[in-house]
Design a protein around this ligand. Structure first.
Ligand code: ADP
Length: 386
């Protein structure tokens, strides 16, 4: 009997642990789950969360010892300037990750805790880290560099790193597969629209630009993040409004974006407010939606200019996969640029990769479900294969 190998994929936040068991060779998911409210109630810490995840797997009839696990894959948001290959964890790597934490203070520390706990609980398996920044490591300097003094960038490792790279890579490869065209032949725009949101422009499988920057705060309007903002606003809030930098950071990360403008994070609820809220709720929610779409169109337009000729635009993640109105409004009126959505295809929901543009549209528009866990599982399998 040929035994199938599986990878346990972990994504640790400060108060949640997402887990999946995937088969990298077949592409199937054996289990997906999330343990939330770490630090509250019975889930005292990340170790308790991991044990709770094992409990859920056991309840689903998945016994760890007979699962055929060959590795544990860990999603790490920031790899800094030097780490970008899927890397097998050892003590030196942990120390390097700890040194990188100031670059991603909200994201890397809980991931490191997750890795350490998982190494303790599953000491006999290789642990592999996969970085959200990896795919964008070789962005052209014109896209990666901020226009600040070079010596400041160099001293402090300031550059545009980009995030959601695992998803942009996976979705752009899936798009090529769907079109039965070599990846190398395609100019692509990928729009990853979830709670976090980012766009990328890709030429022949190599990203040329992406909307997130040194941190995941730059770019598109997101569920709770502002995206692009004049840095002058930050100084003004600090100097004149008397907000501390920590307060400004929390505001821009957690209380801004669609939530800050329209009172909801979730697009389903935002649409409901627009349709049936009180007059003032309706106006707020509409403004949030309009600002979101306006920013998205600005990025699409800039990437169309960057690419010159765009073969395919792909929507992915929670909003991109499910919200037909966002897709329609992001691309309306662009027939002169070769982008023609088929409203009927756009409005028909489906879980699998699909085209939503007319067959005659010079630029093909696709919806492709992202699968970051599978992409991480495959990267792990590749890393342990050497
Ligand atoms: P994350 O960035 O947390 O991984 P997801 O990619 O899962 O986020 O996206 C979550 C978001 O997707 C939700 O907050 C919601 O706005 C949106 N979403 C999910 N389902 C739908 C739907 N059926 N219609 C519109 N938006 C949806």
């Amino acid at each position: 009997m040929i035994s199938t190998r599986t990878v346990l994929v972990l994504n640790c936040g400060s108060s949640s642990l997402k887990y999946s068991v995937v088969e990298p060779d077949s592409g199937s998911h054996l289990a997906d789950g999330i343990i939330e409210r770490i630090g509250a109630g019975p889930i005292a810490d990340h170790e308790a969360a991991l044990r709770a995840a094992f409990g859920e797997l056991a309840d689903a009839g998945l016994d760890l010892d007979s699962l055929g696990l060959v590795a544990v894959g860990h999603r790490v948001v920031h790899g800094g300037p030097d780490l970008y290959r899927p890397t097998i964890v050892d003590d030196a790597l942990i120390a390097t990750l700890e040194a990188l934490s100031p670059l991603a203070p909200l994201h890397n520390p809980p991931a490191i805790i997750g890795i350490e706990v998982a190494r303790k609980v599953l000491p006999d398996l290789p642990h592999v880290v996969v970085f959200d920044t990896a795919y964008f490591h070789d962005l052209p300097p014109a896209a990666a560099q901020y226009a600040i003094p070079r010596e400041v960038s160099a001293q402090w490792n300031i550059r545009r790193y980009g995030f959601h790279g695992t998803s942009h890579r996976y979705v752009s490869e899936q798009a090529a597969e769907f079109l039965q065209a070599p990846l190398e032949s395609l100019n692509q725009i990928v729009l990853h629209l979830g709670n976090g949101a980012s766009a990328s422009a890709i030429v022949g499988g190599r990203p040329q630009d992406t909307s997130m920057g040194m941190t995941p705060m730059e770019g598109l309007v997101m569920g709770t993040r502002s995206g692009d903002i004049d840095p002058g606003v930050i100084m003004y809030l600090n100097r004149t409004a008397g907000m501390s930098m920590a307060e400004v950071e929390t505001m821009l990360n957690r209380r801004s974006g669609v939530l800050g403008l329209g009172g909801e994070i979730d697009f389903r609820l935002l649409h409901r407010r627009i349709e049936s809220g009180s007059e003032s709720d309706r106006a707020e929610a509409q403004l949030a939606y309009d600002v979101y779409i306006h920013r998205l169109r600005k990025y699409i337009g800039s990437y169309l200019a960057l690419l010159g000729n765009t073969d395919v635009i792909t929507f992915t993640a929670g909003v991109g996969e499910n919200d037909a109105a966002v897709r329609r409004d992001a691309l309306s009126g662009l027939a002169p640029l070769g982008i023609e959505l088929d409203e009927h295809l756009n409005d028909s929901p489906a879980r699998s990769p699909r085209r939503i543009s007319f067959e005659t549209s010079p630029t093909t528009v696709l919806v492709i479900p992202t699968d970051e866990e599978m992409a991480i599982g495959r990267a792990c399998a590749g890393a342990i294969d050497g």
